[in-house]
Design a protein around this ligand. Structure first.
Ligand SMILES: *Cc1c(COP(=O)(O)O)cnc(C)c1O
Length: 715
């Protein structure tokens, strides 16, 4: 470009826009925007886990001005800012056409965790990632939605492992000034302050807003000097404390969330409870109605008509339950204000209202106080109907009013920059608007458009990116224990070897060590000279989950074996960034939940944009998605009589499928050394999965079947 002079004013204006853009997470699903912040400071970009606010804080005004004097950089920044402005201003959206009635009465979406960005560690796993992806798709679709959660100032934990492979939890404190969050202010510019009653204490809280494209997520925060230390720490950790801390957090989220909305003058038409943690919001709504002098029955009917509930937990033990004494201590005064005795209050959370021995279950409260409920996959819907059928004694289990909406992932957010560029080069930028169209993907994936050579080149680059990322992380991990062994991990893993990824929370039902049940077999197969296999693990166990930590230790010990060294690795501190490398680099995404414990599972969906193939038990989404040709299944669509038997059967099936199908197909190469039959399966997987298992489809389904005023009356 000939150097056209860029005026001082243009630069000043662009700097302002860049600061705004740093605060909006839209940038995280726009590769061009990501690139700009990365280029501004490659060091701080990596060091801050891709936090643009942090990057901007390290760059002085004069430097920014200087950088923007470069016409090429200026015009790229200018283009990104233009796209951003156009996105934010777009009037003609899916939402404006399909959900116009929500415009002034949005959906309030409550979730105890939000996985929005790797730099904002207020999530623990799949539930949070789902909430984040839901929000991003709501923004893309132009659906009026507001998120509510908690600002956990020490987040979940940072994971390290000790010399003997035991998980260590670290809790660094975040500085909100350095995160993409801003304080919620009133019209006069003062911080908005609200309070919630916890027992006899009024606990004050403030709020932080995260901009997620066109959507805002409000995070409640009790860390204020006027609160006692006990309550300042209430919001410190994601699922961190004891039962007393848990109930306090849930009062904050549910009751506090409604109070914040009211303070901001927001009148949602729907309150969506993403899991039962936020179900106390129904009691606050009830209080509001009773204050209007309504009768209890009428008030309750009103609340019900405004609430919907998504359950995520297929095991009874996984649901939040509180003792009567805990409820009395924390919610006694609040209930009294509603004119409810403790026994009346307890009855809202009991399957059998008068059973004095029954605890208060958040899911039961949510089910009783919502107009419609759902599980997150077809099988999970069925499991949930069975699990809660006693709540509906007049109804056969199959007619229990719990439906299902199968989860998805936010496509552009989960597509790695390399893959995103690949699709744009081959299909033009339009793919971003068209991925929901099955015809489009079918046509796009014909070999006329994208050759086997091109597809294999993509897989090869993505695998190398993962291998290099893993080596760097392993080197850093190792340096902690063996400062002298500098080069040990420089050549582990290989960009040419069939790569299996396994990363998720180390909950025991996910059975991370299943592949190693027959260790001799694993050693033989992974280290085969002609057809080797490598496997990369990552994942955190909940701090109180000893069994999960033992699984991590088991994997680490296997990875340290001399006869498997470099074929099995464990990457510490799993988060959204690690996930992005893993789901894009792995050829095979392994998932081994014990059926039917995985409500849905979403990590396997993130692999689909990168050509990763799923190998999974017939649980959650995969039993809906698998058609015989778009990946592989482990075991059958049945549940064995005991866990032991199930594990034996699944482990045997996993070994057989890997050895007889997956590995031979991967190493079945043409003269050009390309696995054409593997690529055929990849094309079919992408064609059949991408248009369905995305959050645009999911949010549209929620809107049509749950959010709109005329919906969800029954199920
Ligand atoms: C996608 C994702 C999950 C959920 O994975 P599942 O396999 O569905 O359990 C958990 N954690 C992170 C960081 C993720 O990105």
């Amino acid at each position: 470009m000939p150097s056209k002079r860029i005026s001082e004013k243009q630069i000043e204006q662009l700097i302002q826009e860049l600061h705004d853009l740093a605060y909006n997470l839209w940038r995280s699903w726009n590769p061009a925007a990501q690139r700009i912040f990365q280029e501004l400071s490659p060091f701080f970009w990596e060091d801050s886990n891709h936090n643009a606010v942090e990057v901007m804080s390290w760059i002085s005004g004069p430097e920014l001005k200087g950088r923007l004097q470069n016409p090429d950089f200026f015009s790229r920044v200018d283009n990104v800012c233009r796209s951003y402005r156009a996105y934010m201003k777009e009037k003609s959206t899916w939402g404006s056409k399909n959900a116009a009635s929500l415009k002034n009465a949005p959906v309030a979406y409550f979730s105890a965790e939000f996985g929005l960005h790797e730099s904002l560690r207020i999530y623990s796993g799949g539930l949070g990632i789902l909430a984040g992806d839901h929000t991003k798709s709501a923004s893309d679709l132009g659906l009026p939605l507001i998120g509510l959660s908690i600002f956990y100032r020490q987040g979940y934990f940072r994971q390290q492992t000790s010399r003997d492979g035991w998980q260590q939890e670290l809790y660094p404190t975040f500085d909100p000034q350095r995160l993409p969050v801003r304080p919620v202010l009133d019209k006069k510019g003062n911080r908005v302050l609200c309070s919630v009653p916890i027992g006899n204490t009024n606990v004050d809280f403030q709020a932080w807003a995260v901009e997620v494209g066109r959507v805002k997520v409000y995070l409640l925060d009790t860390n204020l000097p006027q609160n006692s230390q006990f309550y300042r720490d209430l919001s410190a950790h994601v699922y961190g404390g004891d039962q007393n801390n848990r109930i306090g957090q849930e009062i904050l989220l549910g009751i506090g969330g409604v109070r914040l909305l009211r303070k901001l003058g927001i009148m949602p038409s729907i309150f969506h409870m993403n899991e039962g943690h936020s179900a106390f919001l129904t009691l606050e709504l009830l209080r509001e109605q009773l204050q209007l002098k309504k009768q209890l029955a009428e008030a309750q009917a009103f609340v019900k008509s405004h609430c919907v509930f998504t359950t995520h937990t297929p095991v009874p033990a996984g649901h939040d339950r509180f003792d009567r004494s805990l409820m009395e201590a924390n919610l006694g005064p609040f209930a009294a204000g509603l004119g409810l005795s403790i026994d009346q209050l307890m009855s809202y959370g009991r399957v059998h209202p008068d059973d004095a021995g029954e605890q208060f279950t958040m899911t039961v409260l949510a089910l009783k106080m919502c107009r419609a409920a759902n599980g997150v996959s077809e099988l999970h819907g069925r499991t949930s109907r069975e699990m809660w059928k006693d709540l509906y004694p007049e109804t056969p289990a199959s007619k229990v009013p719990i439906g299902h909406v199968t989860n998805g992932v936010h496509i552009t957010g989960w597509t790695s920059p390399t893959a995103s560029q690949f699709w744009t080069v081959h299909l033009g930028p339009k793919w971003i608007d068209k991925f929901r169209d099955p015809k489009y993907w079918h046509a796009a994936l014909q070999s006329k458009k994208i050759s086997d050579q091109d597809l294999w080149a993509l897989r090869t680059s993505l695998r190398r990116e993962l291998v290099e990322f893993a080596r760097k992380r392993l080197r850093d991990q190792n340096l902690r224990h063996n400062p002298d062994d500098v080069g040990l991990f420089d050549s582990v893993l290989s960009p040419d070897v069939l790569t299996i990824g396994f990363a998720r929370r180390f909950a025991t039902y996910k059975r991370a060590p299943l592949l190693f049940r027959d260790l001799g077999w694993a050693i033989r197969v992974l280290t085969d000279k002609e057809r080797p296999v490598q496997i990369i693990f990552a994942g955190k166990a909940h701090p109180r989950d000893e069994a999960g930590k033992h699984y991590i230790q088991e994997i680490i010990n296997i990875a340290r074996r001399v006869d498997l060294f470099g074929r099995v690795v464990f990457i510490e501190d799993y988060d959204i960034n690690v996930a992005r490398y893993l789901v894009s680099g792995a050829d095979v995404w392994l998932n081994t939940p014990r059926r039917p414990m995985e409500a849905c599972g979403t990590s396997g969906m993130k692999a689909m944009m990168h050509g990763g193939l799923n190998l999974s038990t017939m649980d959650g989404w995969w039993r809906e998605a698998f058609d015989g040709h778009n990946g592989w299944k482990i075991g059958e669509d049945t549940t064995a009589s005991t866990d032991q038997l199930q594990d034996d059967l699944d482990a045997a099936s996993l070994r057989a499928v890997l050895e007889n199908q997956v590995i031979p197909l991967y190493y079945d190469r043409g003269k050009d050394n390309i696995p054409h039959n593997w690529l055929k399966r990849m094309r079919h997987a992408m064609t059949s999965l991408i248009p369905i298992f995305n959050t645009d489809r999911m949010v549209a389904e929620y809107t049509k079947n749950y959010y709109l005023p005329q919906t969800g009356k029954k199920r």
